[in-house]
Design a protein around this ligand. Sequence first.
Ligand code: AMP
Ligand code: MN
Ligand code: MN
Ligand code: MN
Length: 280
Amino acid sequence: MLLDNYDLHNHSTRSDGLLSPTELLELAARTRVDAIALTDHDTTDGLDEAQGAARRVGIALIPGVEISVSWGDTTLHVVGLNVDPAAPALSNGLRGIRDGRTGRGEKIAAALEKLGIEGTFDGAYALAENKSMLGRTHFARYLVETGRVKDIQAAFDRYLAKGKAAYVPHRWAELPDAVDWIRKSGGVAVLAHPGRYSLKPMFRDEMLKDFRAAGGEAIEVVTGSHRPEQYAAWQRMALEHGFLASRGADYHGPGESPIEPGRLPALHESLTPVWSRWAH
Ligand code: AMP
Ligand code: MN
Ligand code: MN
Ligand code: MN
């Protein structure tokens, strides 16, 4: 059913979310989601647990992942939906990306230490439940916990965002590779929150062209990572460039994400939802 409540972008403790896969599915049941994708960063670790919980609460689970990509100097996120986590192309590719995360974390900690903030590697590492998935969000949470900043957003704005003193450039997957891993595992590639990359129009069009050329089929239009006033522009972009459209909260946890799974506005009826690829 095309009108069902699909939410196709959510995180768990297997990457930088605050809820376990089970807790996420229980929340989604309360917010009346019909089909949910778990899309942890660079890992499919949580999908088994999520599948079991989905069965118990009566929600359809779309197995997913959010892959970190380097496109020139810009980090893009590509969501894979309906992937098979056992496909070697995908699991090997993801392992390769994860391998760089701990070393990058050490560099972030060193940069923070230069600013006089000590002990952040151990602090962030302790907060990362999945030790192979240390990310900036764990550093941000540690900076909040230790009273260095008032909230996660401030941690990024002051230290961790691109251009700030503790930002460490990192080489993630290449765009064509990430899309390829997703397709080889039977999935659909979706460009995550395209409105977040703050690209000039020329580069924005270039990004969409490159994504399409790589085999990308959909873009997120209605997402918790877009401001509501951005929905219309990305709706137009999806129609103009002939992309399927996706909808997802990009939920990370209570207190950190304003929009819970399933609570975003519906996609406009002019759009073809990405789930039309598999819902009949
Ligand atoms: P990483 O993959 O370790 O670079 O971490 C990326 C994650 O950091 C994103 O998925 C978000 O959860 C979070 N993040 C990035 N930028 C911001 C920001 N400006 N404010 C809050 N969270 C952010
Ligand atoms: Mn995240
Ligand atoms: Mn993202
Ligand atoms: Mn995300």
